[in-house]
Design a protein around this ligand. Sequence first.
Ligand code: SF4
Ligand code: SF4
Length: 76
Amino acid sequence: MAPEVPTTLPTVVITAEQCKGCELCIRECPKNCLSMSDKFNQLGYVYAKYDGEGCTGCGICFYACPEPGTITVYKK
Ligand code: SF4
Ligand code: SF4
């Protein structure tokens, strides 16, 4: 099922269950608006999450992520 498109744009959605916790997206985000959760996903990885504000929709995290389909960037 396709994720619901957020209404507040730009924003980023990270599918926690596909994340491997490599932290590349966090390192590359120029706005420092991604961080690691304090929870584990079903694969046993601590996953990246959006802090809820600051995303410009630049897409750098999307290109940095080695797990296809884990990060979706929504622009205005
Ligand atoms: S789209 Fe850009 S600003 Fe938004 S979370 Fe990804 S890297 Fe950060
Ligand atoms: S780059 Fe992808 S796999 Fe790595 S922490 Fe970020 S969302 Fe997870």
